[in-house]
Design a protein. Structure first.
Length: 171
C-alpha cells in the first residue's frame, strides 16, 4: 500500500472516531435530559460518518484498498456542557491539522486526484471549527447552567441531521 493510501485509511479511522466521540457526547447530554444538545451532537456524529464515507468511496473509485482498523474508545465524562464543546473544538483542530498534513503529502507525492478530493475537507474544517467555536463563545457568555443553558438547549434542537446515505448528501 502506498504512503498516501495508508494515510487516507488512517483518516477514515479518525473520522469514524470523531463520530464515536460525538456519539459519546450525545450520551452525556441524553443523561442530563438536554435533548436539544443531544440532537445537535447526533447530527454531528452522523456527519462524521459521512466524512469517512467520502474518503472510503474515493479509495474504491481509484482502485485502492480500504483497511478498517479498530476505533479507539472515546472519553465518556466531561465536567460541564462548556467543557464538552471545548473538547470538541480541540478535536476539530486536530482533524484540521490532519487534513492539512494529507494535503501536504498529496502535493509532495504528486497525488493530484487526492489533492483535489481533499479540497472539500479543507473548506469543511473551517465550518467545523467555526461551529464549535461559536458554541464555546455562547456558553462562555451566557453561562452553562440554568435559564441560559435551557434557552440554548431549545435552539440546538433546530439542527437537522443529514440523510443517512452518503449519495443523498450535497454538503
Ligand atoms: Fe470530520 O470533521 Fe469533524 O471531525
Amino acid at each position: 500500500m502506498t504512503k498516501m493510501m495508508k494515510a487516507l485509511n488512517e483518516q477514515i479511522n479518525k473520522e469514524i472516531y470523531s463520530g464515536y466521540l460525538y456519539l459519546s457526547m450525545v450520551n452525556y447530554f441524553e443523561e442530563r435530559s438536554l435533548d436539544g444538545f443531544a440532537s445537535w451532537f447526533k447530527a454531528q456524529a452522523q456527519e462524521e460518518l459521512y466524512h469517512a464515507m467520502r474518503i472510503y468511496n474515493f479509495i474504491h473509485e481509484v482502485g485502492g484498498k480500504v483497511v478498517l482498523e479498530a476505533i479507539e474508545k472515546p472519553d465518556i465524562e466531561w465536567t460541564s456542557p462548556l467543557q464538552v464543546f471545548q473538547e470538541g473544538l480541540k478535536h476539530e483542530k486536530f482533524i484540521t491539522a490532519s487534513i492539512h498534513e494529507l494535503v501536504q503529502m498529496a502535493e509532495e507525492e504528486k497525488e493530484y486526484a487526492v489533492r483535489d478530493m481533499l479540497q472539500w475537507f479543507i473548506v469543511e474544517q473551517v465550518e467545523e471549527e467555526a461551529n464549535f467555536s461559536l458554541h464555546v463563545d455562547q456558553l462562555e457568555l451566557g453561562g452553562d447552567t440554568g435559564a441560559a443553558l435551557m434557552l440554548m438547549n431549545s435552539k440546538m434542537a433546530a439542527r437537522v441531521p443529514l440523510p443517512l446515505s452518503a449519495d443523498e448528501q450535497t454538503e
